[in-house]
Design a protein around this ligand. Structure first.
Ligand code: BG6
Length: 467
């Protein structure tokens, strides 16, 4: 019983939410660099170019670019076995369509990986996490253009060749299904248009499949996974109409895992495209590419579950990209995300039953406002409680249900910029960063109570969750 002794405990981050140094060492602009800060009430604005009177949180973020040694030392102190980070494409290919990479960008990630490996921390790398070189978005229309496949391929060859001895675990696209919710973030697409989104998704499928094959040809030992935003969607009632509605919401997610794990488009989606007049342009070779490029494992984010109904008058509540209606049995965080630890066990079982591939929980956590008390401490029991309850259900999925799970990385292990709102005050970390929503603060790091707790969780391989 218990989790495997090599279980990958750690934390997860993304370059644009953490690195800052947005123009340093010849980095180009990325789609993330032209997104302003927003709030729970106010949407983030996409400005195409940088406007002097706006505030862009990615430009400095938490300055990991200069502070990575200090931060990785803190992760090592917690006992991290792995650290999930993403590579900023525009650091490696500033415009995205150059022939040769930017050496300074490559050297930065070499330094970061070496620093991790020094402590025995395995880097887990997302190749594209919510950013595309801005030039590719403006000049080519982002992932709607098939040309991006070749640019991405060149980027991947560069990364695999350079880092394959340092990095074993890779993921091709963060939350690939978010192309249907935040197309600018996930694919550099302007506006909402399903035809374009699915065409872009097709290009990403092909790019991902090619990357898998390519990576294995460079080093057969590396593991290349997909990554999806995945939460369980329940029907509001046992009325079959509600059940059918919830099944349709789940199909919108499974479409992405089906293509990337099975290597072909599922029938239900082809029928859905037909009904909605969506026509995907494909090349003849695509069928073979998809078939040969299925992933080694499934990485997924899980924060909350959602509820679906057939009722027309139901008001929707928030969630990680995917909205639903209120679940009366669950509490929600201040941003309306409904907290559901058992939903994580259900999600793990759903995915494992469907594909029998290794799973990796690469994001989970509680976004919350943290206050420093009169003794200068942050007592974040609410975060510990959230994580403990999720880890406990995760263990049941492994120990009682036999799910093959390789690791767990808590999202935003160090406070970083929120992707959804651009806020700093929506914090997830074990480590507090002194920075506010207007860009003020010393950027000083400070351990929260959860820091010591997570350290103990890792040291006991998840056996001691008490606090
Ligand atoms: C996931 C993303 O959607 O959720 C992360 O992969 C993001 O980039 C995380 O930060 C939490 O969402 P938010 O909006 O609270 O930052």
């Amino acid at each position: 019983m218990g989790l495997n002794k090599d279980f990958l405990w750690g934390g997860a981050t993304a370059a644009n939410q953490m690195e800052g140094a947005y123009l340093e060492d010849s980095k180009g602009l990325s789609t993330a660099d032209v997104v302003t800060a927003g709030s729970h009430e106010k949407k983030r604005e996409i400005t195409d170019t940088i406007k002097k009177d706006k505030y862009y949180p990615s430009h400095t973020a938490i300055d990991f670019y200069h502070k990575y040694k200090e931060d990785i030392a803190l992760f090592a102190e917690m006992g991290f076995k792995c650290f999930r980070l993403s590579i900023n494409w525009a650091r490696i290919f500033p415009n995205g369509d150059e022939d040769t990479p930017n050496e300074k960008g490559l050297a930065f990630y070499d330094n970061v990986f070496d620093e991790c490996l020094k402590y025995g921390i395995e880097p887990v790398v997302t190749i594209s996490h919510y950013e595309t070189p801005l030039h590719l978005a403006i000049e080519y229309g982002g992932w709607t253009s098939r040309k991006l496949i070749a640019f991405y391929e060149r980027y991947c060859v560069t990364l695999f060749t350079r880092y394959h001895k340092k990095v074993k675990y890779w993921m091709t696209f963060n939350e690939i299904n978010v192309i249907n919710y935040l197309p600018w973030f996930a694919g550099g697409l302007k506006g909402r248009d399903e035809q374009n989104e699915y065409q872009a998704a097709h290009h990403q499928f092909i790019a991902s499949a090619k990357a898998v094959k390519l990576g294995h040809s460079i080093n057969p030992e590396i593991k290349i996974g997909m990554m999806i935003a995945y939460g369980t969607t329940y029907p509001e009632t046992c009325n079959p109409e509600d059940v059918q509605k919830a099944a349709e919401v789940m199909q919108r997610k499974h479409f992405y895992t089906d293509v990337q794990c099975r290597g072909y488009y599922p029938k239900y989606k082809l029928k859905d495209f037909e009904r909605n007049g969506i026509v995907i342009k494909m090349e003849e070779e695509d069928v073979q590419i998809l078939k040969e490029g299925t992933v080694d494992y499934i990485g997924f984010s899980y924060y909350a579950s959602s509820v679906s109904t057939n009722r027309k008058d139901a008001a929707s509540v928030g969630g990680n990209m995917i909205r639903g209606i209120k679940n009366p049995y669950l509490e929600a965080n201040a941003w309306g995300w409904q907290i559901d630890p058992i939903g994580l066990r259900i999600a793990l079982n759903n995915l494992y039953e469907r594909y029998e591939l290794p799973l990796f929980i690469v994001e989970n956590g509680l976004g919350s406002v943290d206050e420093i008390n009169e003794n200068g401490q942050i007592i974040d029991n609410y975060r510990i409680d959230y994580l403990a309850r999720h880890i406990s259900e995760m263990k049941k999925a492994v120990e009682l249900d036999g799910v093959n799970l390789i690791g767990y990385t808590a999202w935003g292990c160090i406070d970083l910029v929120s992707a959804g709102t651009g806020e700093m005050k929506k914090r997830y970390g074990f480590i507090y960063v002194d920075r506010d929503d207007q860009g003020n603060g010393s950027l000083k790091r400070m351990k929260k109570k959860s820091f010591g707790w997570y350290k103990k969780v890792i040291a006991t391989n998840g056996e001691d969750l008490n606090y």
